[in-house]
Design a protein around this ligand. Structure first.
Ligand SMILES: *Cc1c(COP(=O)(O)O)cnc(C)c1O
Length: 384
């Protein structure tokens, strides 16, 4: 049975695990060793050392991630931002430009907006839903196009198929941050993207106890990114690699449950008289519901909504819920609630937030794996 023919549930458990098993161990041991005996390696990047991303804990995890994404190769990094920054600094050189979706994860947006200029890089932000507008933004020095599977916090779904076609037509490297979908709901490499990135801090690990990142893609490109990572130094520690590998084993179970639970909660909120609007690609009312349905196997565990009345209602609501923890981040076993205007998007001017459609009273819910009934009862009580 070839590994690539296996379904994702099976790959999550078995892919990348060493055979023969090490001393018969059913679980991959943690290789907590900074350096390894010299074995005749000819290049700096092949010397077995934790920073060069080629020690047993890292290699096993990288093989598992590549299998999940159906990609030839993968690299694990010390955080999602390490994966993003290392990837972008590999595919872009001084003088190059990047086309990037306008509504990006805050850390990524700040990297492009604040740090790029000092490195001689430039970014042109695009409306990733309007393919006809991209050509005008293209310059001879544009090298890559960068999007997210679903945007935060409004859960917009860009024209991802058009991104792949546009990149191919213009010789750009297509890069997607697939964090919100996870490989259970969407596998970008199968859809034709060159590189797929995750903050493994979120769904992949799923337990809110480490930060980590991954990037998957073609072997040559991933090797170039690994060499850059070896220089920049954002490598993943073996103990975190073990936790990520352990978390991954239940990814399919968690994400499918979260897909279902979140859809039920989205429908409940949409039908509640205290709720003004709900953003979730699984709802028929979502403007890109049909596209999301054709691209994704499920709509994920994050939704956002606004209550009727003044924005202060959002804080009152957050103070009343018992199960959701008011905390940033997403994709874990705990249900988390945030108010983007005062957390992830607090850095933007109010007019800028309004332009992006992020109301001051908007609440974002990352649904965990608690009982859906308990969550619904808690939300109902808080709304009342
Ligand atoms: C959290 C997140 C990141 C950053 O990941 P870290 O692991 O916190 O560095 C990047 N992209 C998205 C979509 C995220 O949610």
């Amino acid at each position: 049975m070839s590994e690539s023919s296996l379904r994702i549930e099976t790959k999550l458990v078995h892919a990348g695990e060493p055979l023969p098993r090490i001393l018969g161990a059913v679980e991959m041991p943690i290789f907590q060793s900074a350096t390894f005996e010299y074995g005749g390696e000819g290049s700096y990047h092949d010397v077995r050392y934790l920073r060069t991303n080629n020690t047993p804990s890292q290699l096993a995890l990288q093989a598992k991630i590549a299998a999940l994404e159906n990609a030839p190769a993968a690299l694990v990094t010390a955080s999602g931002m390490a994966a993003i920054s290392t990837t972008l600094l590999t595919v872009l050189s001084a003088g190059d430009r990047l086309l990037a979706q306008s509504c990006l994860y805050g850390g990524t947006h700040d990297l492009m907006n604040r740090d790029f200029a000092t490195l001689g890089l430039a970014v042109d932000f695009i409306d990733a839903d309007r393919r006809e507008s991209w050509q005008a933004q293209l310059r001879p020095t544009t090298r890559a196009i960068y999007v997210e599977a679903m945007t935060n916090p409004l859960l917009q779904v860009a024209d991802l198929e058009a991104v792949v076609e546009f990149a191919r037509a213009h010789g750009l490297i297509s890069i997607i941050d697939n964090t919100f979908a996870s490989p259970v709901n969407f596998r970008p490499i199968e859809a034709g993207f060159d590189l797929s990135i995750h903050s493994a801090t979120k769904y992949l690990n799923g337990h809110a106890d480490i930060v980590a990142g991954v990037v998957s893609g073609g072997a040559e490109l991933i090797e170039r990114i690994r060499h850059k990572a070896n220089h920049l130094g954002g490598s993943l520690d073996p103990h975190a690699a073990f936790l990520l590998s352990r978390g991954l084993k239940t990814l399919a179970l968690r994400v499918r449950y979260q897909n279902e639970s979140t859809l039920r909660i989205a429908r409940f909120l949409e039908g509640h008289r205290a709720v003004e609007c709900v953003h979730y690609a699984g709802l028929e009312s979502h403007p890109r519901h049909a596209r999301a349905r054709s691209l994704f196997a499920g709509f994920g565990g994050v939704l956002s909504f606004e209550l009727k009345g003044p924005a202060s209602r959002a804080d009152e609501f957050a103070a009343r819920v018992r199960l959701p923890i008011v905390a940033p981040s997403l994709g874990g076993v705990h249900t988390l609630l945030t108010r983007p205007a005062t957390t992830s998007h607090a850095g933007l001017a109010p007019e800028e937030r309004a332009r992006l459609g992020i109301g001051d009273g908007l609440l974002r819910l990352s649904v965990g794996i608690e009982s859906t009934e308990d969550l619904l009862e808690d939300l109902e009580r808080a709304l009342r």
